[in-house]
Design a protein around this ligand. Structure first.
Ligand SMILES: NC(=O)c1ccc[n+]([C@@H]2O[C@H](COP(=O)([O-])OP(=O)(O)OC[C@H]3O[C@@H](n4cnc5c(N)ncnc54)[C@H](O)[C@@H]3O)[C@@H](O)[C@H]2O)c1
Ligand SMILES: [Zn+2]
Ligand SMILES: [Zn+2]
Length: 350
């Protein structure tokens, strides 16, 4: 193995304005006792990275200037901290970006993804738009051999999709996926893989993504030209779906989920909304006896276990969802592609 350099060029948020990223020479981090040092293989661009690019209110409040962002990543372990017994040099890993304290009430009850003292790798701390990064060993997840390194960085959004879907019934259930960004597309594919009886995929007007949804197994694809609620009811004997998942970030789609889920059904919301107060038809939630659940991150580690079972059985079509790859030097181009929306997942290669 080649020697580890002392410095590297990292893609950092350097200015508090839209854009404001630059390549900056910085030290290669050293693994603390409980950490591993990883040579980055690839890092995919997430909607969160686009918020940081746009520098909206959320980003300005959460991301320190000079942070190396990037949290959907995979690579090879090249050094381990003095206390690490679970990993060795040469291990292939992908990152779980929720950094937990493992000591608070939430962590102890098995909800480390909502740790009271949690931070997000690549948002609150330096991440992986850089050729090397460190991460606690517990966050460096081994993955099945049949998953190639080129596709391994997307386990974060794939896990988001699985966590959201499994907030309600999937096998033999009718499922509606609202919003066909990369996570919604993963959810369409996983819902079919997990045995949903009918998958209805809904976007607003993104034709590329609507076509991808069909390729990924959606039984019905709807868009802005359709009466979404009426169409979903028509496809479910007038009852509504068993399980609605909201991935669009649009308040009108959130209302649609509530009107088009069957009595006593499940509405699982991963989306983050641009406004802090989003109106919902509350009485319908009450009288329709709906289970409405907010979803954050991935369960550590049951979501990862479900995901690895599906991957081991070759049940997820990741290749179709990764539509674009750019080299690290072309990070900006990758961000522009992702912001344009005419894509599935965009992956940056190192
Ligand atoms: N809670 C979490 O842990 C977590 C983690 C990651 C992402 N997210 C959120 O999940 C959501 C999905 O992320 P993504 O990157 O896959 O998606 P994205 O933001 O790239 O895509 C959203 C899609 O929704 C479509 N859309 C817009 N209005 C719509 C409407 N009224 N009905 C149906 N579709 C509509 C858009 O055309 C687009 O294709 C985002 O809101 C993101 O912020 C949450
Ligand atoms: Zn992400
Ligand atoms: Zn904790």
């Amino acid at each position: 193995m080649t020697a580890i350099p002392k410095t590297m060029m990292a893609w950092k948020k350097v200015a508090s304005r839209p854009g404001g990223f630059d390549f900056v020479e910085t030290s290669v981090p050293q693994a603390k006792p409980d950490e591993v040092l990883v040579k980055t293989h690839s890092t995919s661009i997430c909607g969160t990275d686009l918020h940081i690019w746009k520098w909206d209110e959320w980003a300005a409040e959460n991301v320190p200037i000079n942070t190396t962002t990037g949290h959907e990543t995979c690579g090879v372990v090249i050094a381990v901290g003095s206390e690490v017994t679970t990993h060795k040099v040469g291990d292939k890993i992908a990152v779980e970006c929720h950094l937990a304290c493992w000591d608070c009430d939430r962590c102890r009850e098995g909800n480390a993804h909502i740790c009271e003292n949690g931070q997000i790798f690549g948002v609150h701390t330096n991440g992986a738009f850089a050729p090397y990064f460190t991460v606690p060993a517990i966050n460096a997840r081994h993955f099945p051999d049949n998953l190639t390194m080129d596709l391994a960085s997307v386990q974060d959004p794939l896990g988001n999709a699985i966590h959201t879907l499994t907030g309600g019934p999937v096998r033999d259930a009718t499922v509606a996926i609202h919003g066909l960004g990369p996570i919604g597309l993963f959810a369409v594919n996983v819902a079919k893989a997990m045995g949903a009886s009918k998958v209805i995929a809904i976007d607003w007007d993104n034709q590329t993504r609507m076509q991808l949804a069909t390729k990924l197994g959606a039984d019905v694809v709807l868009g802005k030209g359709d009466d979404i609620v009426a169409s979903i009811l028509a496809h479910t004997n007038g009852q509504g779906v068993d399980n609605s998942c909201e991935f669009s970030g649009s308040p009108s789609a959130l209302s649609n989920t509530i009107y088009s889920t069957r009595m006593g059904g499940y509405v699982n919301v991963l989306s983050v909304y641009g406004t802090t107060k989003t109106e919902v038809p509350m009485n319908d939630i009450v009288f329709r006896y709906l289970h409405l659940k907010g979803i954050n991150g991935r369960k550590m580690w049951s979501t990862w276990e479900t995901m690895h079972e599906l991957i081991s059985q070759d049940k997820v079509d990741i290749e179709t969802i990764v539509t674009h790859r750019v080299s690290f030097n072309d990070c900006k181009l990758g961000f522009e592609l992702a912001m344009g929306g005419d894509c599935g997942k965009v992956v940056v290669d190192f």
